[in-house]
Design a protein around this ligand. Structure first.
Ligand code: DLL
Length: 436
């Protein structure tokens, strides 16, 4: 087996039946451990009238209760720990922008498992010990920096622990040290492409070959843009703090969805309204059960991310199930004048029309009616256009958006570089409505 192609070939290419047997075995052990050691989850099971004796295989998983972000907040900070604190070696945490922070705990085994998942992603993107891996996800409580950093070490790349920000320094290290793999959010990758061009570099001047981008939704159009401006192949990576961090799923060179590390994370797709498990291929909310994490092993955790799963054979040779790019979170979906709108749909239209991913959606409510404005940066050569030409462009965009969304947005073309760039996750929406 080619070690360069897979990081853990025995797991990544495991025949289906063997994988199912492994998942079953791990799941039953995990459930017993959680039932015995996590009173919070035990009482949720008792409320549903189910005990480990009722669960004979993964087929029975649907009898178990879900966990949600609200449970994590209730149980904050130690209520879902399944190991004594003395065996934990690390915490990581979410930014807490949408409420109380989520704190996740790791034993050394959990850190290793997490870093191996990231190493699988880096290897799938072509990473080997010959590579120089520049990690510009934030380091600290955010999982992006530590996860990819650990994965890069495991692969044996020379690791540049840049953390986020200080774009000038990022460019200097990238060029001086010949970085070959870039890890950051897609919005920061797009910004780095812009900044490199401004500094007079052409895409072929850097030594980058691949980028591993995630932590926020991004479209195929944005991928094309980044691949062009940096001269690389751009790979998606998915994960969340609650399940460990980046590396829950990763893209292979086929770029047809992300392979889920299902030997560690068992996925289900459910109807977000009814909780009913949906068949393969149906779009719904992604739910994960951590099969062999020790400290913070969530069972049936509702991610809120909307996607589909596919077991279709992948020509990369991996047998791991694939998830589609999350099209946004079910709680990020906007309802404007009664119509469901995902920011990713807006991004697709803008990029199809030749604009960049620098835009800001502003929603408000005036006289009981939703207002819906989108500021879009003009391209530099449009800046000198006549007012008439700009109005025409705005109208063209408004029409294209109406066709996609079914409602009318007010589009404002704003000067190039007037929308703030992000170093981490991009802020593309301001919802001023006070609906609660
Ligand atoms: O964003 C972990 C991560 C770091 C993933 C670096 C990839 C790279 P959280 O801050 O807890 O963790 O946010 C998790 O971000 O539920 C998704 O809604 C979103 N998300 C993460 N990766 C992707 C992706 C990290 N590739 C939340 N595409 C998740 C779309 C993503 N959304």
């Amino acid at each position: 087996m080619n070690k360069q192609k897979y990081y853990q070939p025995e797991r990544e290419t495991m025949p289906r039946e063997e994988m199912a047997a492994l998942q079953n075995e791990l799941f039953l052990k995990q459930l017993r451990r959680v039932y015995d050691n996590v009173p919070y989850y035990r009482s949720k099971m008792e409320e549903k009238g189910v005990t480990p004796e009722d669960i004979h295989s993964l087929e029975d998983i649907r009898k178990l209760p879900f966990l949600s972000k609200a449970d994590l907040r209730d149980a904050y900070p130690y209520g879902l720990l399944a190991k004594p604190l003395s065996e934990c070696v690390r915490i990581q945490s979410t930014s807490g922008t949408t409420g109380k922070r989520v704190v996740a705990f790791y034993t050394q085994h959990d850190v290793d498992l997490w870093e191996e998942c990231c190493a699988r992603a880096i290897t799938a993107a072509g990473g080997t010990e010959e590579d120089v891996c520049q990690v510009c996800y934030g380091y600290g409580l955010f999982t992006g920096g530590p996860g990819l950093h650990g994965g890069s070490h495991k692969v044996g790349c020379l690791t540049l622990p840049m953390s986020s920000g200080n774009t000038e320094r990022q460019i200097q290290f990238m060029m001086d040290l010949g970085a070959t793999i870039l890890c950051c959010t897609p919005s920061y990758a797009a910004y780095l492409g812009e900044a490199l061009a401004e500094a007079g570099y052409k895409p072929e001047d850097n030594r980058l070959k691949a980028g591993i981008f995630g932590a926020e939704p991004w479209t195929e159009e944005m991928r094309r843009d980044i691949q062009r401006s940096l001269g690389i192949k751009a790979y998606d990576i998915y994960g969340l703090t609650e399940t460990s961090g980046p590396g829950v799923a990763f893209e292979c060179p086929e770029q047809k969805g992300m392979h889920i590390n299902e030997d560690h994370f068992y996925p289900e797709i459910i109807d977000p309204d009814t909780g009913e498990v949906l068949p393969e291929g149906a779009q719904g909310e992604l739910v994960f059960t951590a099969l062999d994490k020790e400290a913070f092993p969530l069972i049936r955790y509702r991610t809120r991310d909307i996607c589909t799963l596919s077991r279709e054979k992948c020509s990369c040779g991996r047998t791991l199930i694939r998830m589609s790019k999350p099209r946004g979170r079910s709680d990020d979906m906007l309802i404007i004048r009664g119509v469901n709108v995902f920011p990713s749909q807006i991004e697709t239209v803008l990029m199809e029309q030749g604009y960049s991913s620098n835009y800001l959606i502003i929603v408000d409510r005036v006289n009981n009616t939703d207002t819906f404005d989108i500021n879009v940066e003009m391209l530099p050569d449009q800046f000198s256009d006549t007012v008439r030409a700009i109005t025409d462009r705005e109208q063209k965009l408004t029409d294209a958006l109406r066709t996609m969304l079914g409602i009318t947005a007010k589009v404002h073309l704003v000067p190039p570089k007037s929308i703030q760039r992000s170093e981490g996750k991009a802020v593309r929406l301001i919802d001023k409505r006070k609906l609660l």
